[in-house]
Design a binder for this molecule. Structure first.
Ligand SMILES: Cc1cc2ncn([C@H]3O[C@H](COP(=O)(O)O)[C@@H](O)[C@H]3O)c2cc1C
Ligand SMILES: O=C(O)c1cccnc1
Length: 578
C-alpha cells in the first residue's frame, strides 16, 4: 500500500477559511487582542442612560453610525424586523414629551406615596432637549410561523429590536453621544403620534444628543431609587431553587394610600346626614374614593367564559354548549350580563377563555394545551395558567381605562370548579364548599361533593401553596383570566367589583399572588353558593347585596356598580355641613 500523499488544503475563498487543525491547536485563536477586549469592556461598563442633553446638533454621519450599529444586531431568523424612525420635528418631540409627562404622573399615582414623590423628583426624559429622537419600531406583520425561531418564541422579533437598541447605545457612547431609552408612554398613544400601522409596535423612544451630564454610575442608583444587584444574585445553577422566595422580585403594587382612605371618610362625614348612614355602601364608596379620588363615571364588565371537562362527571344540569350560546347572546348585547352592564352605564367585554369553538366577537384568551377534569388530571397546563393570567392582566389594564372593572363569568360546571378552588384555598370540606349551582338535585350535589373531595386531595398531595399552581390544578380558563384581570385592573388603579362565587375565588387567587390587590376590591353581592360567604370573609369584604342570585354573568356586580354610581352622585350633590 502506498503511503497517502500530503496535499495542500484547499482553502475556500468565501466563508470560514480556518482549518480544523488550526482550531484544535489554538482554540482561542478567534479572540481579539487584549486592547480591543479592554476597549469593549470600557464601552460596556461606561454605557449610561442619559437624560440631560446639550442642544447642539448631531452630525449626520454619527446618526448613521448609530443606526448602522443597530442594523448590525442579531435578529431572529435573520428577519431584521426593526425600523428606525428619526424624529427631528420639534412639534412632534413636544407632543411626545407631553405624553411622557402624563404617563409619569399616572405611574406615580399608582405607587406608595413616598415612592411616587421620589418618582416625580426624577428627571426621566430628555425628549424636549435632545436634538433627535430615534423611535425603534418592530414590524410584526410577517406571520410568526414564517420566521425561523419565531413560531415558538413569537416575541423574539421584539427582543431582536431590543438587541439592536443595545448596539446603538454602545456606539453612541463610544462616540461620546448620550442616549436615553424612554418607555414612559402609553404604547398605543406613541404609535398613533407616529402614524404606525396596525401590526407595527414601538419599543419606545431613544433620545440622542450630546450629553449634558457624564454620569459615572446608573442615574437611578445615584438617586437612591435602586441598586445594582450583585451578579451572584442573578445566577442560578441548573434549575430554579425550590425556595422561590429567594429569587422572587418584590412588587411595587401598593394598596391605596392610607391618607386617601382617611380623606374619603372625612369628606363623607361633612354631608348632611349621619356619618356612615349608607352602611356597607358608604364603606364601599370610601374605597372607590381612595382608589380614584376623582371619582368614576362608568366602567366595564369583563365577562370571561370557558368550558370545563369536569362536566363529564354530571355535575351540572346544563349542557356545555350553553356556555357558548350565552356568550353569543352577550356579544350581541342580549345576555343577562351585557344587559345589566348597559343598564348600569357600563360597557362589556366578552372573553373567550376556552370554549369548544371560538365565538365571533369575543376576545380570545384560549388555553392551548389539553385540559383536565381536576380529579384525574390538572385543569390547565402551567404554561396556559400563566399565559391566561398575563392575558387577563392586559385586559384588566384595558378595562380600567373605562373606570370600574366588574367581573363576570360563564362556564357550565364552574360552580364545581369554584367550590374545589375554595375548598383548597380555605381548607374547607365538601359540605362547606359545595352548593347547588344553577340547579341540582340531591344526587348531583352528592356527585359534586365526591368530586370536590377528590380534587382537594389531589391538590393536597402536591404539597404546594402556590396560587398559580392551584389555578392550573383545580381552576379553569375563566378563573385564570379573571385573576389576571384583577391584577391588571388594580395595577392600573381601578376599583374591581366582584360578582358571585367564581369571580370572588378568582379575586382571592389574585390576592394570594399580590396581597395589595385586596384594597381595590368591592364585593358586589353574596350569592346563593355555599362557599361564597367564606370566600368573602377571607377577602375581608362585606357584600353590597345579598339576593341569593345565581345568574352569574356579572349581573350582581353590575347591579352593585349601579349602586356605587348612585352613591357617588349622592355624595356629590347632597348638602354639606362645612
Ligand atoms: C342559561 C344559563 C346562563 C348562565 N349564565 C351564567 N350561568 C351560571 O351557571 C353556570 C354555573 O353553574 P353550574 O356549575 O351549575 O353549571 C355558569 O355558567 C354561571 O355563570 C348560567 C347558566 C345557565 C344555564
Ligand atoms: O354564585 C354564583 O355566582 C353562581 C351560582 C350559580 C350559578 N352561577 C353562578
Amino acid at each position: 500500500m502506498p503511503e497517502p500523499t500530503s496535499f495542500p488544503r484547499p482553502v475556500p475563498t468565501i466563508g470560514d477559511t480556518s482549518a480544523a487543525h488550526e482550531r484544535s491547536a489554538d482554540p482561542r485563536g478567534w479572540a481579539f487582542d487584549e486592547q480591543t477586549i479592554q476597549a469593549l469592556d470600557s464601552v460596556l461598563t461606561a454605557r449610561r442612560d442619559i437624560r440631560r442633553f446639550r442642544p447642539d446638533p448631531v452630525p449626520e454621519e454619527l446618526v448613521r453610525a448609530v443606526i448602522e450599529s443597530g442594523h448590525a444586531g442579531p435578529s431572529v431568523g435573520h428577519s431584521q424586523p426593526w425600523r428606525f424612525i428619526v424624529v427631528e420635528d420639534a412639534a412632534l418631540r413636544d407632543r411626545a414629551a407631553a405624553m411622557a409627562d402624563k404617563s409619569r404622573l399616572w405611574q406615580a399615582a399608582r405607587m406608595a406615596p413616598e415612592r411616587g414623590q421620589q418618582l416625580l423628583d426624577l428627571k426621566l426624559e430628555g425628549l424636549r432637549e435632545a436634538p433627535l429622537g430615534l423611535v425603534v419600531a418592530c414590524d410584526r406583520r410577517a406571520p410568526a410561523v414564517g420566521v425561523l425561531g419565531r413560531a415558538t418564541f413569537t416575541d423574539a422579533d421584539m427582543w431582536s429590536c431590543a438587541a439592536a437598541i443595545e448596539n446603538m447605545w454602545l456606539t453612541a457612547r463610544a462616540h461620546g453621544l448620550g442616549m436615553g431609552w424612554v418607555t414612559l408612554f402609553q404604547p398605543e398613544e406613541l404609535a398613533e403620534l407616529l402614524g404606525l400601522p396596525e401590526g407595527v409596535e414601538t419599543l419606545g423612544w431613544l433620545c440622542l444628543g450630546w450629553p449634558d451630564e457624564r454620569p459615572p454610575a446608573p442615574g437611578l442608583q445615584r438617586l437612591a431609587w435602586s441598586t445594582k444587584l450583585p451578579v451572584d444574585d442573578v445566577v442560578l445553577r441548573d434549575r430554579w431553587p425550590a425556595d422561590d422566595s429567594l429569587v422572587k422580585p418584590t412588587s411595587h403594587l401598593r394598596a391605596p394610600a392610607q391618607d386617601r382612605v382617611v380623606h374619603a371618610t372625612d369628606d363623607a362625614d361633612d354631608l348632611l346626614t349621619t356619618p356612615g348612614s349608607l352602611g356597607v355602601l358608604d364603606r364601599a364608596l370610601n374605597r372607590v374614593e381612595a382608589v380614584r379620588p376623582q371619582g368614576v363615571d362608568g366602567g366595564c364588565l369583563v365577562l370571561a367564559a370557558a368550558d370545563h371537562p369536569v362536566t363529564s362527571h354530571r355535575i351540572s344540569s346544563f349542557e356545555t354548549h350553553v356556555t357558548a350560546d350565552v356568550m353569543r347572546a352577550n356579544v350581541a348585547g342580549q345576555g343577562m350580563g351585557a344587559v345589566a352592564a348597559a343598564g348600569a352605564g357600563l360597557s362589556s367585554l366578552v372573553v373567550d377563555a376556552g370554549v369548544e369553538a371560538p365565538v365571533a366577537g369575543a376576545r380570545g384568551a384560549r388555553p392551548l394545551d389539553p385540559r383536565g377534569d381536576l380529579l384525574a388530571t390538572d385543569a390547565l397546563s402551567s404554561d396556559d395558567a400563566e399565559a391566561l393570567i398575563q392575558h387577563g392582566k392586559q385586559l384588566g389594564c384595558e378595562a380600567a381605562a373605562h373606570g370600574m372593572v366588574v367581573l363576570g363569568e360563564v362556564g357550565i360546571g364552574n360552580t364545581t370548579v369554584a367550590s374545589a378552588l375554595a375548598s383548597a384555598l380555605l381548607d374547607l370540606d365538601a359540605d362547606q364548599s359545595v352548593g347547588l349551582g344553577t340547579a341540582a338535585d340531591a344526587d348531583m350535589v352528592a356527585r359534586k361533593r365526591v368530586l370536590v373531595t377528590g380534587a382537594r386531595e389531589r391538590w393536597l398531595a402536591k404539597h404546594s401553596d402556590d396560587p398559580m399552581q392551584l389555578l392550573a390544578a383545580l381552576g379553569g380558563g375563566e378563573f385564570a383570566v379573571l385573576s389576571g384581570v384583577v391584577l391588571g385592573a388594580a395595577g392600573a388603579g381601578a376599583v374591581v367589583v366582584l360578582d358571585g362565587l367564581a369571580t370572588s375565588v378568582a379575586a382571592l387567587l389574585a390576592v394570594r399572588m399580590e396581597p395589595a390587590v385586596q384594597g381595590y376590591l368591592i364585593a358586589g353581592q353574596q350569592s346563593r353558593e355555599t362557599a361564597h360567604a367564606a370566600v368573602l370573609t377571607e377577602l375581608g369584604l362585606e357584600p353590597l347585596l345579598a339576593m341569593r342570585l345565581r345568574s352569574g354573568e356579572g349581573v350582581g356586580g353590575c347591579l352593585a356598580a349601579s349602586l356605587l354610581l348612585q352613591g357617588q352622585r349622592m355624595r356629590r350633590l347632597v348638602a354639606r355641613t362645612r
